[in-house]
Ligand binder design. Structure first.
Ligand code: ATP
Ligand code: MG
Length: 398
């Protein structure tokens, strides 16, 4: 069966009251952005429904895969449209559809007819039994099961008639652009791309910041982060990635502060810089891939010390997740293979042999006073030399 039209189902945005139309408009725009490279499509709203219509040839699998990346969609239904709203036309279309899609299969089904057009002379109940009767006649291998059917045959009578039985699961969440913007601290690891994905899923637009430490980290390590941003942008839309040269700050910390406190102090400066860049770029929050207890810098004490420099909310969607759960998501969103490429990270190069696991804020702050002569200039310089890359999924080299 070839389909030209898809009914797009959304759940949560239906609950937004008076703002509902804004959510729908953003979702329509997101759908358009996602599918533009796959052909010519029109997207329209109709009574709390969104329809996607192909005006050109397209690849079905590619289209469905792309729609599954659009947050806000819960179901993608390939539909058959009958423009002639008469019982006979509906009957013929339904029977032809079932025959073509299910043919000789031995399955159970149930007809679920709805009439938005109340002027239609036959009630939904009558439609169910009448259409069921014709389907049984045409496909002797099918049986009716009104409680747990294998096939739920939807027949919606509106200005036109929509027939469908496949509901392909969508990504869920809310359309990106309906909930502000946040700055993701994106490293080359497994966790932070997942964290970005999870917050984008709640409708939040993303920018990202990466702390680079050349020449201690290579061009390839940076390229890996750009690639991760590109993969995540396949869900979130284009991500402006701010690349900060962090080397001099790390060297200063390394030179002047106790080595067991390096990671915590470094992370505090990362958060401070990320926050400055976030504020300048109209972001309302920071996002990290931290998870309680995963490493020394993510114990409760360490998180509290890191968090102390932040005035903006910091979202840590992986906070209560086990590593395997994070890995599962990274595999699903296809960042995993890139994340495990073995390039060095700025944190691993300047890491202490025995980092503190219960840092005390006052002691950390006292250690930081050793940086007073240099840190303002270094921060300033780091902010002035930020390189910005527009990470788009279309630039990903496969
Ligand atoms: P990830 O897998 O995300 O790299 P991780 O397990 O390696 O996390 P850490 O290195 O402690 O953990 O980093 C914790 C969080 O701090 C990361 O999830 C990320 O949000 C941020 N972060 C760490 N290093 C960098 C970096 N070089 N640039 C930007 N953000 C970073
Ligand atoms: Mg890391």
């Amino acid at each position: 069966m070839t389909y030209n039209t898809f009914l797009i189902k959304y759940a949560e945005i239906g609950t937004k009251g008076k703002n509902r139309y804004k959510f729908e408009d953003v979702l329509c725009q997101q759908i358009k952005n996602h599918v533009a490279h796959l052909g010519t499509f029109t997207v329209r709203k109709e009574y709390g429904r969104i329809f996607l219509h192909a005006e050109s040839d397209y690849d079905y699998e590619d289209l469905v895969k792309e729609l599954q990346k659009v947050f806000g969609i819960v179901g993608i239904c390939p539909i058959v449209v009958e423009e002639n709203v008469t019982f006979e036309a509906i009957r013929d279309k339904v029977v032809a559809y079932v025959k073509e899609v299910y043919g000789e299969q031995s399955k159970t089904f149930k007809v679920y007819a709805r009439r938005a057009k109340k002027s239609f002379p036959i009630s939904s109940m009558e439609m169910n039994s009448e259409l069921g009767h014709y389907v049984l006649e045409a496909c002797p291998n099918l049986k009716v099961d009104v409680h747990h059917p294998d096939i739920l045959l939807n027949v919606e009578v509106r200005e036109q008639v929509y027939i469908y039985s496949h509901v392909i699961k969508g990504a869920g969440g809310l359309p990106v652009g309906t909930n502000g913007k946040a700055m993701l601290l994106l490293s080359g690891g497994i966790d932070s791309p997942v964290a970005g994905y999870m917050i984008a899923k709640r409708g939040v637009e993303l920018e990202a910041v990466y702390f680079n430490a050349p020449p201690y980290t290579s061009e390839r390590a940076k390229q890996k982060v750009v690639d991760l941003a590109r993969i995540v942008s396949g869900f979130s839309g284009t991500i402006r990635l701010h690349i900060v040269n962090f080397t001099d700050i790390q060297l200063a910390i390394y030179e002047k502060c106790p080595h067991e406190e390096l990671t915590i102090i470094m992370r505090r400066y990362m958060m401070k810089i990320a926050q400055e860049i976030a504020t300048k770029n109209n972001c309302q929050a920071l996002i990290t891939g931290e998870s309680i207890g995963q490493v020394a810098s993510q114990t409760m004490h360490s998180l509290a010390c890191t968090n102390e420099v932040c005035t903006m909310p910091v979202f840590r969607p992986c906070i209560g997740m086990d590593k395997q759960e994070i890995v599962d998501i990274s595999e699903m969103i296809e960042t995993y293979e890139t994340s495990i490429l073995p390039y060095e990270d700025c944190c691993t190069i300047f890491v202490a042999k025995h980092p503190v696991t219960k840092p005390v804020l006052d002691i950390i702050k006292r250690s930081e006073t050793k940086l007073v002569d240099v840190i303002d200039d270094l921060m300033q310089k780091a902010l002035e030399t930020v390189e910005v890359v527009e990470a788009k999924v279309s630039d990903l080299e496969i």
